[in-house]
Design a protein around this ligand. Structure first.
Ligand SMILES: Nc1nc2c(ncn2[C@@H]2O[C@H](COP(=O)(O)OP(=O)(O)OP(=O)(O)O)[C@@H](O)[C@H]2O)c(=O)[nH]1
Ligand SMILES: [Mg+2]
Length: 677
């Protein structure tokens, strides 16, 4: 790997590999590293030997969980790649990666075409304005069909596909591609590592020319300069085509489509050529924008400009903290002091590292366009901007989705409680789409995230990395109780007169339901029969009684009126009245009709409209109450209130019912009567 050579910024490509789970992103990354000479061995996902799936859980599960950065050289360019996870539970990783990338390769399965998560990551890329090219992978599989895959891309994602290759051979017999720009055949014979280039096979010549023509027409329609040449000459040169494809890609006006079989190492070199030819360099994307003293400021991707970098990832391993940065402008040197503009804190860059998955190579400088890791910063979080001390700038942090799924976590050994707390704090620091809170009512520590697998992986990480014995379970639901029918004129006398200082307090209470109001107290005592300080003591006593009602839960939704009372000249005290308030209300509640309440969440579910019936049925089975449902442009949005106790497992259920297309958000929505029993 040419780690220390610094190519010009125009010769850098920062790109992500994005797709649905299992489309072959990690395999493509692995082949890219192999083809560019960055590795000497071809690793396989199923053997657990790839460079980017280096985490022990990734190897065991055969999926990517964490976005891993690698870099390699191709045709005089440096290609910095981030292999992202495809599983929807890890979309937070994809979001953070997209924030710092200039371009992406969207991978599709040649048999399945556009899959649910391909739609999600496609939309994420569009939202971030990240230009994409497409790679239709697994052309060797039975049922692989480039045209069908392109058709589904057009239908589902709505770009204008610009197919630049024609496959040679089908399925198991897929051996190479015709490059429609140069009209040359590239083939990868079994056992050969590199492509053989030759003339287009006779059997494919007519088809290749026909498709070249289609490509020229499609490009001419989108690109004014190409249209001019096309009108003047009736055709487009390879050079014009290539330049136009680059413009169309960077502007997001067309989608260059290539194909291959990563597993068989076929089609990787042309993919790298396309990355270099069509995807933008850091200079080709708009200057990064941030705020400086409240005003919007731009920084050019220029090594001579003031330094500014965005922290997009932090790993807080016990062996040391690494901060991953995308440098947007300027130059950062080892040993420098930088400024965390959001937190108003200086940080020192002790070491600068170029990242190759789990390996790191020390370098002395990083310049605009680079993605590097640094050791030294102690507090900068994901989303922080590090910049030159004299030129503060705050860049917009990556958006984090709200956690929707929760699990209670507890150390099996009480002695581990402290270690568990610090491990959880580190988890959240590394992955801002996780959240930890301790529930004051149930006493539980609750970990929340984007899905059940997300939480399972997070907890397993603690088990493996820290050797902690952790138990998980459904979070306990915090029930309440309320008054449905109260009592009036309840008399309570608190009298203790056994010599010494006695206690005397006499109260008369009315209790009524108060709906949404938590607790209201007033006094209707006339004639000063109970002095004001004692009335306050009665109120405090009533509040004490709310901690646990006759059903065993905190009490809410009631109004208490002190209607009368009596004092004793010697034995009355605030303490006595407080006790009377507490015991009096307790007795009053026992005499009242009480109702158990459970917490409910407002759930908003978004599904393709054909999944609406299933979603409504499932919500009903969970005792959900639909508040609103609307269908627009093929998408149904349902809002319902659902008891929290019924939401455990909903994320997985919704996904399996909707083939992963359904998403939902939740927020607390108060309490509702719980069914008896
Ligand atoms: N037949 C065939 N299988 C492939 C090809 N590319 C990848 N695979 C297999 O598909 C499976 C998934 O590949 P990965 O590279 O892990 O896919 P991924 O997109 O990284 O998956 P996640 O990171 O979990 O989302 C593995 O078993 C690969 O060996 C291909 O071109 N042809
Ligand atoms: Mg992967």
């Amino acid at each position: 790997m040419r780690a220390s050579v610094h190519p010009a910024v125009s010769h850098v490509r920062n790109l992500g590999i994005l797709a649905h789970v299992d489309a072959g992103k990690t395999t493509i990354t692995e082949r890219i590293l192999y083809v560019t000479g960055a590795t000497y061995k071809r690793g396989e996902v199923h053997d657990g030997t790839t460079v980017t799936d280096f985490d022990s859980q990734e190897r065991d599960r055969g999926i990517t969980i964490f976005a891993a950065a690698v870099s390699c050289g191709w045709d005089g360019h440096r290609v910095n790649l981030i292999d992202t996870p495809g599983h929807v539970d890890f979309s937070g990783e994809v979001e953070r990666a997209l924030r710092v990338l200039d371009g992406a390769v969207a991978v599709f399965d040649a048999v399945a075409g556009v899959e649910p998560q391909s739609e999600t990551v496609w939309r994420q890329a569009v939202r971030h304005g990240v230009p994409c090219i497409a790679f239709v992978n697994k052309m060797d599989r039975a049922g692989a069909d480039l045209d069908a895959a392109v058709g589904s891309i057009r239908r589902r994602l709505h770009p204008v596909p610009l197919v630049v290759q024609l496959p040679i051979g089908r399925e198991d017999g897929f051996t190479g591609v015709v490059d429609l720009l140069r009209l040359r055949a590239l083939s990868w014979a079994d056992g050969r590592e590199t492509a053989d280039e030759g003339p287009v096979p006779d059997t494919l010549r007519d088809e290749a020319h026909r498709r070249r023509r289609l490509l020229e027409e499609a490009v001419a329609e989108l690109h004014p300069a190409a249209l001019e040449e096309f009108c003047a000459q009736g055709t487009l040169s390879a050079r014009t085509l290539s330049a136009a494809l680059r413009d169309l890609t960077c502007a997001g006006d067309g989608l260059v489509v290539l194909c291959g079989s990563a597993y068989r190492n076929r089609g990787i070199e042309p993919l790298l050529d396309a990355v270099v030819a069509y995807l933008p360099s850091p200079l080709d994307v708009p200057p990064v924008r941030g705020t400086q003293d409240g005003a919007v400021a731009e920084r050019p991707a220029d090594p001579a400009a003031p330094f500014a970098a965005l922290v997009f990832k932090v790993t807080a391993a016990p062996t040391g903290r690494l901060t991953y940065l995308r440098v947007y402008s300027g130059t950062m040197r080892k040993g420098a002091t930088v400024w965390d503009a959001g937190a108003h804190r200086a940080e020192r860059i002790a070491r600068l590292l170029r990242v190759q998955a789990d390996r790191h190579f020390e370098v002395d400088v990083a310049v605009a366009g680079d993605i590097v890791a640094v050791a030294g910063p102690k507090a900068a979080r994901a989303g922080a901007t590090l910049c030159e001390p004299g030129h503060p700038l705050v860049l917009e942090p990556p958006a984090a989705a709200d956690p929707v799924v929760s699990v209670a976590v507890e150390a099996r050994r009480a002695a581990d409680t402290g270690r568990l707390a610090s491990a959880l704090a580190n988890l959240v620091e590394e992955d801002p789409s996780l959240a930890v809170r301790s529930d004051p009512e149930t006493g539980q520590t609750v970990l929340s995230g984007l899905g059940e697998l997300h939480l399972e992986v997070a907890v397993e990480k603690i088990r493996r990395a820290r050797g902690l014995d952790v138990r998980t379970g459904p979070p306990e639901v915090a029930y309440r109780e309320t008054v449905v029918r109260g009592v009036s004129g309840l008399v309570y006398r608190h009298v203790k007169q056994d010599g010494g200082a006695g206690q005397f307090a006499h109260v008369v209470l009315d209790v009524e339901p108060a709906g949404a109001e938590g607790f209201a107290f007033r006094s209707a005592v006339v004639g000063g029969r109970v002095p004001r300080e004692y009335i306050r003591a009665v109120e405090a006593g009533c509040r004490d009684a709310l901690a646990e009602g006759p059903l065993g839960y905190p009490v809410t939704g009631l109004r208490v009126t002190l209607t009368d009372g009596a004092t004793h000249p010697k034995d009355s005290s605030e303490l006595a009245f407080r006790t009377a308030g507490r015991l009096g209300l307790r007795e009053a509640l026992r005499a009242s009709v009480m109702q158990l309440l459970e917490p409910v969440a407002a759930v908003t579910v978004t599904v393709p409209s054909d999944g609406l019936g299933g979603v409504l049925g499932d919500l009903a089975a969970r005792r959900g109450h639909v508040v609103d449902s609307a269908v627009r442009a093929g998408t149904a949005v349902v809002t319902a209130t659902v008891p929290l106790a019924e939401l455990f497992g909903y994320a997985s259920r919704l996904r399996s019912r909707t083939q992963g297309r359904g998403t939902f958000t939740t927020r607390p929505a108060g309490y509702a009567p719980a069914p008896p029993g």
